[in-house]
Design a binder for this molecule. Structure first.
Ligand code: PHE
Length: 367
């Protein structure tokens, strides 16, 4: 109920100067708000239910009717002025924010999308696949075996009994405990046995794989490297078949002009055994002539050592349960790094084993 004797001048909040200063304080605060969050905060202070103008409006009801109209107009004018100052600033700040969003979240569709250079398959992978393709086309199979191998398959069954010097030559990484009879395979030859035990005869398999030796990593040695093994067991196979197969492999890897030679050698699991060499494709053997310029590729040897080979030893055939009077076979094994290095004129085996992508990008591009 209005109080008839109430003096509106006593209601400070409704006095013109009070309202005017509330309006100018609000305007200043809105104009100074740096962002929408600050503006919302100022809105509560100057236009919210507990703001000076809102509190003044609440007093209107207590005024006598004759004073209420004037005071009401003043309050409304103040509210309108504050509201429009607020709205103005909000429009400005919203425009700013939108401009920021547009700028900060811009996607430059013209940026290059392929900044990461594409990878390439490793030259060792490619050479293994190329060889596998060639042999599969001749009806051979590709076989694999475990890299942690039974001592018996890595040595004993291959005619390398304990204390045989070959065990010392192929510095072996043994797996703990020593009684487990397990080692990291020192060559791919244990897969000869695995293939024969699994398939029986006839058997034609190639085995590309990783092998391990307790060697330091230097320019010409790596404790892990790759070999390519091949074994064929059938009726009536001869060294001529071995020679033909090696020539075919050499041609596929080094081109039609390559020449191979066999040199007598010894492996416990082949008899007779041979070392297979390639005629150097750079000097064609001429670097051994007196007074000829040195050849980097073959170290002026004329020939490049490629791998070992021979006719499968009867002991190996018997280990696989085959009758050596009925079956014969040949086997060969070569280091793949040692094959690729002269081919690509590489001096350091670490370039092949350390996985620098530049090597793959240079040598591993063709499929
Ligand atoms: N396993 C032999 C080595 O690692 C290579 C070899 C394989 C020799 C097959 C003859 C037959 O040196």
């Amino acid at each position: 109920m209005p109080t008839p004797d109430y003096d509106p001048k006593e209601v400070a909040a409704l006095q013109a100067d009070q309202l005017a200063s509330a309006v100018s304080a609000g305007r200043a605060a809105f104009a100074a708000a740096p962002d929408l969050e600050a503006l919302a905060h100022e809105h509560t202070r100057h236009l919210g239910p507990r703001s000076p103008v809102a509190l003044g409006r609440r007093e209107l009801g207590a005024l006598p009717p004759q004073a209420r109209a004037d005071a009401g107009r003043r309050v409304n004018d103040a509210l309108t002025a504050l509201q429009s100052a607020y709205d103005e600033r909000r429009v400005e700040l919203e425009r700013d924010r939108d401009a920021h969003v547009l700028r900060d979240e811009t996607v430059d569709v013209t940026l290059p999308w392929d900044r990461r250079p594409p990878g390439a398959r490793h030259p060792l992978t490619l050479v293994q696949e190329r060889v596998a393709d060639i042999f599969v086309a001749m009806g051979w199979e590709v076989a694999e075996g475990p890299e942690a191998e039974a001592e018996w398959l890595n040595f004993d069954a291959l005619n390398i009994p304990p204390h045989h010097p070959t065990r010392e030559e192929q510095d072996t990484l043994w797996i703990d405990p020593p009684t487990a009879g397990l080692c990291m395979r020192t060559h791919t030859s244990p897969v000869q046995l695995r293939a024969l035990l699994e398939r029986g005869a006839p058997c034609y398999v190639v085995v590309p794989g990783r092998v391990y030796r307790n060697d330091p990593l230097d320019a010409t040695h790596s404790p892990v490297f790759h070999q390519l093994e091949g074994i064929a067991v059938d009726e009536g196979l001869t060294m001529g078949d071995l020679r033909g197969t090696l020539d075919l492999l050499a041609t596929a890897m080094f081109g039609p002009d390559v020449r191979t030679r066999l040199r007598p050698d010894h492996f416990p699991f082949t008899e007779p055994s041979a070392e297979v060499d390639l005629l150097c494709w750079v000097c064609h053997g001429t670097s051994t002539d007196p007074g000829a310029p040195a050849c980097r590729t073959c170290g002026s040897e004329g020939w490049i050592e490629w791998g070992g080979c021979g006719m499968v030893h009867p002991v190996v055939l018997m280990s696989a349960g085959l009758d050596p009077d009925h079956f014969s076979g040949f086997a060969f094994g070569m280091g793949l790094e040692r094959t690729l290095m002269p081919l690509h004129d590489m001096a350091d085996i670490r370039d092949l084993v350390e996985g620098d992508v530049r090597v793959s990008l240079t040598l591993g591009v063709e499929g």
